[in-house]
Design a protein around this ligand. Sequence first.
Ligand SMILES: *Cc1c(COP(=O)(O)O)cnc(C)c1O
Length: 476
Amino acid sequence: MSDVSGFELRALMARVPSVEKVMASTEFVALLAEYGRTQVLGAVREALDNWRAGAQSGDVSVSALDVAQLKSAVEAALRQRNESRLRSVFNLTGTVLHTNLGRALLPDEAVQAVMKALTQPANLEFDLGTGKRGDRDDLIDDLICELTGAEAATVVNNNAAAVLLTLSALASKKEVIVSRGELVEIGGAFRIPDIMSRAGAKLREVGTTNRTHLKDYDEAIGPQTALLMKVHASNYAISGFTKEVALDEIAPLAHARGLAVAVDLGSGTLVDLSQWGLPRETTVRETIEAGADLVTFSGDKLLGGPQAGLIVGRRDLIAKIKKHPLKRALRVGKLTLAALEPVLQLYRAPERLTERLTTLRLLTRPADDIRLAAERVQPALQHAFGERYAVTAEPMFSQIGSGALPVDVLPSYGLVVRMADGKRAGRQLLALEKMLREMARPVIGRIADDALRLDLRCLEAADEAQLIEQLKGARA
Ligand SMILES: *Cc1c(COP(=O)(O)O)cnc(C)c1O
């Protein structure tokens, strides 16, 4: 840095090409074609302003401004500005269904279907048999009923919307009976009491946090009761002196009193996961069989599909739900339906699911397979972080995520980074974590027990090669 005198500055300024001249130069032809005049002009002005500010503050390195230099500054600025904000990352958090990282990854069948729906007109609401207007739910409700045993089905934007719509359509200005042990909050401000009041329904709490009995439900039923509701605790578990009334006890009580039971199942799995050694979850079909009149669940949790909320159950209740004005506001778009249908079709061949359905493939990936991946990635990560750090492949535990089975963990493998000299790493781990986050394709891990941990469960072959390549070019 050195001070530039007023005289020198004026001389430098005089050599700066005019905006018009820059825009008309051959160097800018391609940029104008790609980004358009308005954007390029804005970027040129900004680059010239920056140059002047630099010159005025005495930074001599800016003295040699020419059109070629200006072009590369402008090009870099435009490229950065036009980069997508929604970026692919590597999910090495160990949480397979990570809500903040977009939950379920979709199989190729769904990707192809979405691509078609994006680029070609489709019979979204057009009955090809009659040539008349159709209903978008008709595309998919038979399939959902086949897989769940329900009489009828409808699909909305997410499970929160499914619950809101169900309560609005069936319990507005009336009471809904829920156990105090099930008044849960799911991440991102979904709270049963709040949804209830949004829907205009009155929450009638019964029992206590840890224990609710059938007689609690029985005594709460009155002329104002519209529904009995059960909510999957999802992200918490209570243990010890507890009592929950099972659905197959509540349903007969409700039905004897002429009432319906709705179940918010949260994740809503369609197959028994225990057949693959995963923790057991009640399926949607079992919930219907146990007497639920309505079941709501997410499309992008254990189901492994796109973001959606599915409502299945009694025909008359689904009909009422579909007629409610909120259904129009909460309906799904064609991309969701396009993605959901092929995912559901995969469930028709359950014996192939662990290979075809991405979510299930990741959840059932053998720890040994993940260990081999960890051993392959280890040298690249060690190289990127350098000798000050020790990178080792170690066993760890993954989580399913998205509120599914929070207390269960899956044996996995990953890379663990500590100080090579055995000292406490502390803040230095934050710097490594930041370095990973700032890569071309950000790498998201987690820090725990004074070590940076990268669980490789969700790193499948193609991604593994890309990660290794990316790490080769990095250096802490
Ligand atoms: C996840 C969850 C929801 C919210 O589902 P979204 O699809 O995220 O809207 C609602 N209820 C329960 C019990 C859940 O687990």
